[in-house]
Design a protein around this ligand. Structure first.
Ligand SMILES: Cc1cc2nc3c(=O)[nH]c(=O)nc-3n(C[C@H](O)[C@H](O)[C@H](O)COP(=O)(O)O)c2cc1C
Length: 222
């Protein structure tokens, strides 16, 4: 797949076919994606790949906690968005709710949608990225950012879709216990991965982008 085509084609997939992904393909994707750049070539990413029973246990434990009323407890709790960031966030949420037929006051529908993220969107596999806590946070997180996009782009080559997502790892203790990730590692992010179900309404979302003028500043070109 052409690189520009892949960059344009990648989108977050929130509905998957149950078809499993072979370990071989997952290995190939990760192997290729490790060509991503990293600070001083430190390659700080540690990738835990879960499927089958282990993933089911994580999904179930996340949902049990939500049903129990537990508050998600992410490693680095996100600050609430405001201004243009909130507008963009709302824009996406409204589009997704509309596609999924979730009305404004539909509390149950919204709760189910929220839970879906904690189930890794029912994907047949998930990747959990962590870094050693001894590392400088800014750089190691930048490095993880580089590899997660590379994983998502590489996955396209195998007909696979992905959704980078923090919901699935918002109860880090769950992931730690089922995927045996020790306390010395910071759990950074998850990636749901699987064959896209293109009939799933939310997969039809077209997330918008700001015009280039709004995100760039140019000097010295005239
Ligand atoms: C760090 C990060 C965390 C994300 N977490 C979630 C998540 O928890 N749930 C979700 O549905 N999407 C999540 N996303 C996907 C974004 O919503 C998505 O990338 C954005 O809306 C742009 O859409 P696109 O990926 O389809 O281009 C996350 C993306 C990133 C980069």
């Amino acid at each position: 797949m052409d690189i520009l085509e892949a960059i344009r084609a990648r989108k977050s997939i929130r509905g998957y076919k149950p078809e499993p992904i072979s370990k071989e393909i997952l290995r190939e994707i990760i192997d290729i994606a490790t060509h991503a750049p990293s600070t001083a070539n430190t390659q700080p990413w540690e990738i835990t790949v879960v499927t089958g029973k282990v993933l089911n246990n994580i999904q179930q434990a996340n949902i049990d906690l939500l049903n129990y009323g537990a508050t998600p407890n992410p490693t680095d709790p996100p600050k609430p968005f405001s201004g243009k960031y909130r507008r963009r966030q709302l824009d996406l949420a409204l589009q997704l709710f509309e596609l999924m037929g979730i009305a404004r006051g539909d509390k149950e529908g919204r709760a189910e949608w929220w839970q879906r993220g904690f189930r890794f969107f029912d994907a047949p596999a998930a990747l959990i990225l962590s870094v050693d806590k001894s590392l400088d946070e800014l750089h190691s997180l930048l490095d993880v950012g580089a590899i997660i996009q590379t994983i998502c782009l590489t996955a396209l080559n195998y007909g696979l879709g992905t959704c980078i997502q923090d919901q699935g790892v918002m109860f880090p203790e769950v992931v730690r216990s089922f995927a045996h990730i020790p306390e010395s590692k910071q759990i950074v992010i998850g990636i749901a991965i699987g064959y896209p179900d293109w009939d799933f309404p939310a997969n039809k979302v077209v997330s918008t982008r700001e015009p280039l003028e709004n995100v760039t500043t140019w000097y010295g070109f005239d």
